[in-house]
Design a protein around this ligand. Structure first.
Ligand code: NAD
Length: 247
């Protein structure tokens, strides 16, 4: 705990990389731990691809909604880990959070510089005309369609595409991540197995930056634990609570 605090106290610009483990203590299962949503049924992975959406847009939506518990998504609340990161920013540090999560909980906790690498569950867009729709529209219809009126006065009616990045889509904000990383003095990686590219390359990139410190907080070991200056195999919510109790 002291080693952790010493490194964080010295850091001025922190890049945080988070994954599904960040939100398990908010009640959202991760992908690969026992009981995670991919380990339960691997065919889900195929259905959550751009290719599947383009071929079967009407079949895609019920699967997507079931998988991401979309109807319930407003019910999840940030946990102590999310709150801790928001507090870190209030202490005057530059904290840029790059998250693989689509749950919106970092923003809900009050963090201001949040980059959603895998997009957001809150919105969708029309592949034909680009019109954007919010969660209330997506929840209203089993298969949400575009309601924009075309020039010939017909309704567009194209099935919307979620703004969640699907398998086969391009990950967002990665240029910004590398730019922020080059200016940072600490990389804090939390709750990710680091098995999904391109996030999995970030610790290696950071280890090439002179003076950069790296901390990993993850329940289970990852394939690259040895790249970090400090590795903490604990639950982030519990660890964050201990940190705040010590203050
Ligand atoms: P992952 O499931 O591959 O790995 C999660 C890691 O978090 C595991 O190594 C596990 O040991 C660790 N973990 C679980 N609970 C933890 C806790 N309380 N504290 C600390 N560590 C904990 O997830 P990933 O690396 O993020 O990558 C897979 C994909 O999961 C991403 O594409 C992401 O979009 C997606 N995803 C997001 C959500 C969400 O938005 N909350 C939920 C599930 C999956």
């Amino acid at each position: 705990m002291k080693d952790y605090q010493d490194i964080v106290d010295k850091a001025k610009r922190i890049v945080v990389l988070t994954g599904a483990g960040m939100s398990t203590e908010s009640g959202i299962p991760d992908f690969r731990s026992a009981g995670g949503i991919w380990t339960e049924d691997s065919s889900r992975m195929e259905a959550m691809s751009r290719d599947y959406f383009e071929r079967y847009p009407r079949l895609f939506w019920p699967k997507f909604k079931e998988l991401f518990q979309m109807k319930m998504s407003g019910r999840f609340e940030p946990n102590e880990g999310h709150v801790y990161l928001a507090e870190l920013e209030k202490e005057g540090k530059q904290v840029d959070i790059f998250t693989q999560n689509i749950d919106g909980l970092h923003k809900k906790a009050g963090s201001r510089h949040v980059y959603e690498l895998h997009g957001s569950i809150q919105t969708a867009a029309c592949p034909a005309c680009g019109a954007s729709y919010d969660l209330s529209h997506l929840l209203k219809h089993d298969v949400p369609q575009c309601t924009a009126v075309k020039t010939d006065s017909e309704i567009c009616s194209t099935v919307l595409k979620t703004d969640v990045v699907l398998f086969g889509d391009i990950v967002q904000h990665f240029d910004t991540l590398y730019e922020k990383l080059s200016q940072a003095d600490l990389l804090l990686v939390i709750g990710t197995s680091l098995e999904v590219a391109p996030a999995r390359f970030v610790p290696e990139e950071a280890s090439r930056i002179p003076g950069m410190k790296q901390i990993l907080i993850n329940l289970e070991p990852t394939y690259c634990d040895d790249l970090f200056d400090l590795v903490i195999h604990r639950k982030i919510g519990e660890f964050a609570k201990e940190l705040s109790d010590k203050k």
